[in-house]
Design a protein around this ligand. Sequence first.
Ligand SMILES: [Zn+2]
Length: 306
Amino acid sequence: MGRNVKKSVGKNKYVFVFWMLLAITLAGGIFTKIYLNLEKGERDTDKIRIVTSFYPIYIAARNIVDGSGEVILENLSEPQTGCMHDYQLTPQDMITLSKADLFLVNGGGIEGFLADIGKSYPNLSIRMATEGLPLLEANAHGWMDTQVYAGMVENIADAVSGMDSGNASLYQENASAYCEKIELLSSQIEEIKDALPDGENVVVFHEAYEYVAEQYGLSAVYCLDLDEERQVGAGEAADLLEEIEKNQVSVILAEELYGKDMGKTVEKETGSKVYYLDTLVRGAYDKDSYLEGMQKNIDIMKRALQ
Ligand SMILES: [Zn+2]
């Protein structure tokens, strides 16, 4: 009897193993099928995958590819990331880039990780929006000058046209239409500039505003770069106050996010007034967000310089 029991347990064991193997085989097959379908869906046949590095480049590219069914446009960073000076690529970024055909960046050193990308993805086409445009020395925040930005839009349109020549005329038309809107901003700035005495002194709390100063014909006598959360040392603060007094600065351009504390201090200690502009590196993924943000900046500058 004991032998019979043992035999029946042994038989059950084989049945169990058999069912286990069958289950594993079936599950494996199902997962493989799901995976292959996903891959097929993701590849989406011959669509062109364009990835932008950060917000202002994404918004420009979005205007260019508008109405094209041939392009999938993605942004590498989150819409709230801001400038990419110290940005580290995430594993998800690397997956995104490995599938991309074209990587549109600002250039000029803002994307510090760019050297690694060229090595890791030798077949990825990388184009710099600021290529050939007049940038300030060691400062690539060119989108803050509407005329430089218009040049970036044209560069992006050329890069996208090169990838998808069949729709080149659409991309070029989109670029012209968008540049016309940008031109309306440029002419407002020109008007403000013309009404000013030449070279009024200002202080900026962000490198990006050196472009604003330049376009309005102002002279940025001091830049306290508050591009991120950081402590301003006592010596640095003293230098700042001294420069404001010495150059009779009455207007300071700052960013709300990182410049507010110093802005309050400076307004208390000197006779100057701080105006908070948008660096246009964060916001909603909206086609017109650059135009709207820049218009707000222009309205603030009008008040500041009256
Ligand atoms: Zn920056």
